[in-house]
Design a protein around this ligand. Structure first.
Ligand SMILES: CCCCC/C=C\C/C=C\C/C=C\C/C=C\C/C=C\CCC(=O)SCCNC(=O)CCNC(=O)[C@H](O)C(C)(C)COP(=O)(O)OP(=O)(O)OC[C@H]1O[C@@H](n2cnc3c(N)ncnc32)[C@H](O)[C@@H]1OP(=O)(O)O
Ligand SMILES: Cc1cc2nc3c(=O)[nH]c(=O)nc-3n(C[C@H](O)[C@H](O)[C@H](O)COP(=O)(O)OP(=O)(O)OC[C@H]3O[C@@H](n4cnc5c(N)ncnc54)[C@H](O)[C@@H]3O)c2cc1C
Length: 560
């Protein structure tokens, strides 16, 4: 994040100076924004950067305990430099949060520079999976940096100490986070596909109950409950891959527009990266845990690969923006868009469907049979009607409040659900668009169509309350969707293993005895057990100190 921050907020000159050093690992940088007292609320950060015109320097300082930088990855032990986000103060005025390049450690002996206090913040969730990352704490005691180490693409401070705002939106300060959020969506698909690959392969080899006359037991992958829990996750892995590909296109397009000072899609980029990051990471974290449960007891073993995958993955729901905070950002933009509908301003991009407000507010879903749910037009319209009606309902309720801000906070739980509905519409839309493309490979398109329908109908079934409450569907149509879902699971079953083999993960990358490509799980589990350090001795350490005295004492007591 050190590099994209300099790329996004540094001048050409600053990029020329600092990026080669970073690329060649002549310096190691981190992104020091979050503090002990503030993470979500960036504008509440307390670290100060005060311009000293006498020396043409900024004085970086941590005025309070809560202003300590806290969490930045790589900060504790590895980094020599940081992009530090601090309150810019010049001529006695606070201009808010800006980025500054600050050296933290000597390039000679890696010792912290004068005025810099550095350390690691300690152990984190799980069995230490994330402890390979030195998330750090950092405090400044009046550390001086040259003025030219303020990232000056978005705004500048002159030699005399005058603050100058460039003619670019101040939101570009947040640009690095937009970049990382879009990459996290693609990573959600990678993490989810790993978990699903393990769970599908293991479910194919695991047999339990159902033996007839001594014959083989039933593959658990054949149980309807296993399919109804697992196949939506398989479909989600593909859904997140395709929406992640589209989001990368959107991000690239926005970045190119920014180069020519076209800021028209900045808001769309923010809404989509924030919303998709929130929805895909929450779903993926839940799915990895579900995959662990789908593997029964062996899923709880470290050798299954699932506990570590979960422990490493779950902070994705928090870092790069807490998911609720990000969804509320989407909700704000939805409310702004709804308020503009009466002005005649046509919504664009992923909000374009809201322009069909007249139709969507009164449309009646035309589904009459289970098979009708295989028609993408019916799915698309149902999801559009649900999302729009939820947004309009929120806007109407907010409108009844004494003031907009009060109304927004009062209705924030409903706004959260409206934001999720909007983002799920984007995911479904991009999956439908993907399967409409020419897709090579015999039968591949049909399989992806099945998965697209599984993702859409499973999501509809899971959020059926929204669809019924907004009148977007009738209970009968909801039941027909569920009926069609069961038929789709039967179609996915024969290809389930092939659909996870298609991720083409090596056994090494998968890191799971349950997900081995050869399916030879039981010998691998047994072999792995003996590697446990506890098995280095036949009689366990502590026997003589603890067990033996206890056993002897009990034996003595029993003879009394
Ligand atoms: C075992 C094997 C495991 C395998 C696992 C597999 C994969 C692993 C997964 C991922 C790895 C890959 C990548 C991960 C990489 C890095 C992750 C690690 C570390 C994460 C680093 C961090 O966490 S960095 C810090 C992140 N912090 C945040 O996100 C802070 C969140 N808060 C904010 O963004 C802001 O405070 C705010 C937006 C919530 C509020 O902004 P504020 O200015 O105070 O007020 P508003 O009125 O809401 O906004 C003003 C205005 O600006 C617009 N806006 C806001 N944000 C943006 C933006 N980003 N872009 C554009 N515009 C923005 C907003 O809409 C408003 O506009 P209007 O004025 O027009 O309404
Ligand atoms: C593994 C990991 C790596 C990280 N790496 C970095 C890094 O490299 N650089 C960096 O700068 N930071 C980093 N962070 C920090 C991370 O970005 C923040 O923790 C994250 O942005 C969440 O902010 P917070 O901790 O202040 O949460 P809070 O905002 O305090 O969240 C606490 C609760 O308050 C709720 N909440 C907060 N505001 C609102 C609101 N307005 N309305 C409703 N509910 C609200 C949240 O939803 C949440 O439930 C990392 C964090 C982790 C866990």
């Amino acid at each position: 994040m050190f590099v994209p921050a300099i790329k996004g907020q540094g001048t050409e000159e600053q990029q020329k100076k600092w990026l080669p050093l970073a690329y060649k690992f002549q310096i190691i940088g981190c992104y020091a924004q979050t503090e002990l007292g503030h993470g979500s609320n960036v504008q509440g950060l307390e670290t100060t950067a005060t311009f000293d015109p006498m020396t043409d320097e900024f004085v970086i300082h941590s005025p309070t305990l809560t202003s300590s930088k806290w969490w930045p990855g790589g900060l504790g032990k590895a980094s020599t430099h940081a992009v530090v986000y601090a309150r810019l103060i010049t001529e006695g005025k606070d201009y808010g949060i800006h980025g500054f390049i600050v050296q933290l450690r000597s390039l000679e002996d890696h010792s912290p520079l004068p005025g810099v206090t550095l350390g690691d913040i300690g152990g984190k969730f799980g069995s230490g999976a994330y402890n390979s990352m030195d998330n750090g704490v950092l405090r400044f005691d009046h550390v001086r940096i040259p003025r030219d180490q303020m990232l000056m693409r978005l705004s500048q401070v002159t030699r005399e100490g005058k603050y100058v705002q460039s003619d670019v939106p101040k939101q570009l300060l947040y640009g690095t986070m937009v970049y990382v959020r879009q990459s996290i969506v693609a990573d959600a698909s990678k993490a989810l596909s790993r978990a699903v690959c393990i769970a599908v392969r293991y479910s194919a080899i695991r047999k339990q109950f159902g033996s007839q006359d001594g014959g083989p037991e039933t593959q658990v992958l054949n149980y309807r409950t296993q399919q109804s829990r697992l196949f939506p996750l398989l479909a989600s892995a593909y859904a997140f891959r395709f929406v992640g590909d589209w989001l990368n296109w959107l991000y690239t397009d926005v970045t190119q527009k920014l180069e020519v000072k076209d800021y028209s899609t900045l808001q769309e980029a923010h809404a989509c990266t924030a919303g998709l990051k929130a929805v895909t990471t929450s779903a993926t974290a839940d799915a990895i845990e579900e995959c662990r449960k789908l593997c029964g007891g062996h899923g709880y073993l470290n050798s299954s690969g699932l506990p570590e995958l979960f422990a490493v993955y779950v902070p994705a729901c928090t870092y790069e923006g807490d998911n609720v905070v990000l969804l509320l950002q989407v909700a704000r933009i939805l409310m702004k868009t709804v308020s503009q509908l009466t002005s005649g301003k046509q919504p664009v991009g992923t909000m374009a469907y809201m322009g069909k407000v007249q139709h969507l507010m009164q449309s009646k879903c035309a589904v009459k049979t289970a098979e009708d749910w295989l028609n993408p037009a019916f799915i698309q319209e149902a999801f559009e009607a649900r999302a729009l009606r939820m947004a309009v309902n929120c806007a109407q309720n907010i409108g009844q409040a004494s003031n907009q801000e009060e109304g927004f906070y009062e209705r924030s739980p409903d706004l959260l659900e409206a934001a999720v509905a909007h983002i799920q519409l984007i995911i479904v839309t991009k999956f439908i668009e993907k399967v409409h493309q020419d897709i090579p490979g015999h039968g591949v398109k049909e399989q992806l169509q099945n998965l697209c329908n599984v993702y859409a109908l499973y999501t509809l079934h899971k959020h059926l309350g929204d669809f019924l409450a907004t009148g977007s569907l009738t209970p009968k149509q909801g039941a027909l969707a569920n009926e069609q879902l069961g038929k789709l699971y039967a179609q996915v079953r024969p290809n389930a293993v092939a659909l996870v083999d298609a991720f083409n993960y090596t056994d090494h990358y998968l890191g799971s005895v349950l997900g081995r490509y050869d399916g030879n799980v039981y010998p691998a589990l047994y072999e792995e057990a003996w590697k446990d350090p506890l098995n280095e001795t036949v009689v366990p350490e502590g026997y003589h100190e603890y067990l033996r005295p206890l056993l002897k004492q009990q034996l003595k007591l029993s003879r009394l």
